[in-house]
Design a protein around this ligand. Structure first.
Ligand code: NAD
Length: 361
């Protein structure tokens, strides 16, 4: 059996605990890994002068696959989010977020099974912003009023929303490739093209062109507000959603809420230079070191990683073992119990014990 070289970034806060638990269950599948453990975040600032040292990026460029715990972004320190920097540096332009109901979780419906693919690099997240009242902002406001003949209130701030043909083309093509690889039958492109003709309208037009080159997969589109309502009323009609950055971010959390919350919401950031698998949730700092939070979101990200590594039998086995533990409802953390202060809730490492036991049986 092939050994897989994988970069492991445990992160901070609850990251190290949930990553430890995940490494244990991944190894219990029988797949062999060479873990290259790399630290990033505030804790390495003093030593390397940056929260994301070059050797961490080099490791991921070499292994092309990373499993990552959450990393805290301190507020108001000028410290750039390591998570955003990592996506940028490695050009991880697509974010994959499956929304799947496991029996026993607090699901909106029991038959939920769709995937959200979110563009990760453009849109209002490009980080091009102008603070109200600054000379740059005033200049831009004047320029805009000259060019558009529309007046923006002078006490406005500005956030710029770039959406490009090339960026749209690669994410929509990624969605088609993903659908083909994982047996998804239909892509729904999400937009607000009726209002933002030159950004969302461009995304939709490019999407339609790419769809013409991929006629084996059904293609449709929905306006984002309608999409949210449809997902709550008729989610079974959707298979794979392809979204620009902002709508993808919001709809992903809607999706997480539909399947019982952040403790069960996995994710993958995939791009030209590699793939980073991580939970949707953050570092939950108030629970650090308490052996309390749910490791299943990182474990399910590990399932996505196994599929990416073409270890589908191990992926099925691990997903089945996690699903069985959720269905039994015994060895689960507080967030999966009917009441949050349920004394029968177990800790992070006991969840891993139960899953390892299932894998062995
Ligand atoms: P968070 O997701 O860390 O936590 C919010 C709340 O959700 C927690 O207090 C807890 O009640 C619950 N929760 C989260 N994960 C859970 C789990 N595995 N099991 C059970 N309950 C869980 O969000 P936050 O408090 O807004 O962010 C904390 C820090 O994490 C911030 O610095 C933020 O920037 C960072 N963050 C990092 C990432 C990442 O590394 N990709 C993602 C999001 C947030």
């Amino acid at each position: 059996m092939a050994r897989h070289a994988v970069t492991l970034v445990p992160g901070d806060g609850v990251g190290p605990e949930i990553c430890d638990a995940t490494v244990r269950v991944l190894e219990a599948t029988g797949v062999e890994f060479d873990w290259d453990v790399q630290q990033a975040g505030e804790n390495v600032m003093a030593e390397y002068g940056t929260p994301l040292p070059e050797h961490v990026l080099e490791s991921i460029r070499r292994t092309r696959v990373a499993l990552k715990g959450p990393i805290t972004t301190p507020v108001g320190t000028g410290f750039r989010s390591v998570n955003v920097a990592l996506r940028h540096e490695l050009e991880l332009y697509s974010c994959v977020r499956p929304v799947k109901a496991y029996r026993g979780a607090r699901n909106l419906r029991e038959d939920l099974d769709f995937v959200i693919i979110r563009e990760n690099s453009e849109d209002l997240y490009a980080g091009i912003e102008f603070e109200k009242g600054t000379p740059e902002c005033r200049n831009l406001l004047e320029e805009i009023s000259t060019l558009s003949r529309k007046r923006i209130r002078p006490d406005s701030g500005l956030s710029i929303k770039p959406i490009s043909v090339s960026g749209s083309e690669r994410i929509v093509q990624f969605a088609f490739d993903y659908a083909r690889q994982y047996g998804r039958k239909k892509i729904t492109l999400v937009h607000k093209a009726n209002i933002m003709k030159h950004t969302d309208g461009l995304f939709l037009a490019v999407g339609r062109e790419v769809a013409q080159r991929n006629p084996d997969i059904e293609f449709e589109d929905r306006i984002v507000d309608n999409m949210c309502m449809q997902l709550v009323l008729r989610p079974q009609e959707y298979d794979l959603l392809c979204c620009p950055n902002l709508y993808g971010d919001i709809i992903s959390d809607l999706g997480a809420g539909m399947i019982g919350g952040l403790g069960l919401a996995p994710g993958a950031n995939i791009g030209t230079n590699g793939a980073v698998f991580e939970a949707t949730h953050g570092s939950a700092p108030k629970y650090t070191g308490q052996n309390k939070v749910n490791p299943m979101a990182v474990m399910l990200s590990g399932v996505l990683m196994l599929r990416h590594l073409k270890e589908s039998a191990a992926a099925d086995a691990l997903e089945g073992a996690i699903a069985a533990v959720i269905a039994e409802g015994k060895s689960v953390t507080y967030d999966l119990k009917p009441a949050r202060n349920d004394p029968s809730a177990v800790g992070t490492s006991q969840v891993a014990d139960a899953i390892v036991e299932k894998l062995a049986s």
